[in-house]
Design a protein around this ligand. Structure first.
Ligand code: ATP
Ligand code: MG
Length: 128
């Protein structure tokens, strides 16, 4: 069993999160710049039901975020999620979100290794 962990975090936290994930032994990750909004719709004041200086409700804005994708054996999922949350958390709105979804197949293209073998460091473990 494998999971994909998708984490949307503040760009300023990327370096810390990467270091923490390497320290707990992740074997790879994908990082993409992204834009998004959460429940404040991109503006802290919108959440309070406030209006702008022209009397209009605050509009929806996209804010810059970073999207991390990490595929791991399922036994590792909680450790990785907890590491991301602990490292990316400031306690301020907009810290981000983490999603976990099952992965049904992984292949290391160079060798054809599949699933957990495609994720692991030990190449010889899966030579087939
Ligand atoms: N339901 C969702 N589905 C997909 N992406 C989401 C969702 N909610 C948030 N995101 C992504 O996460 C980013 C950060 O969301 P954010 O941390 O503002 O969530 P929130 O629920 O509003 O929590 P908070 O109140 O702490 O701000 C968004 O910019 C967006 O990219
Ligand atoms: Mg928010």
């Amino acid at each position: 069993m494998m999971d994909m962990i998708v984490a949307i975090i503040q760009p300023s936290k990327l370096e810390d999160v990467k270091q923490a994930l390497v320290a707990v032994g992740i074997q790879g990750m994908t990082v993409t710049g992204s834009k998004g909004f959460g429940r404040q719709k991109g503006h802290p004041m919108a959440f309070l039901g406030l209006y702008d200086l022209e009397g209009r409700p605050f509009k929806v804005d996209f804010l810059p975020k970073v999207r991390l994708e990490i595929v791991v054996p399922s036994e590792r999922t909680d450790l990785i999620v907890n590491t991301i949350v602990q490292t990316a958390q400031t306690g301020k709105i907009g810290d981000g979100k983490v999603f976990v979804m099952p992965v049904t197949k992984a292949v290391r293209i160079r060798t054809g290794e599949q699933d957990e073998f495609a994720l692991s460091m030990e190449e010889e473990a899966a030579a087939k």
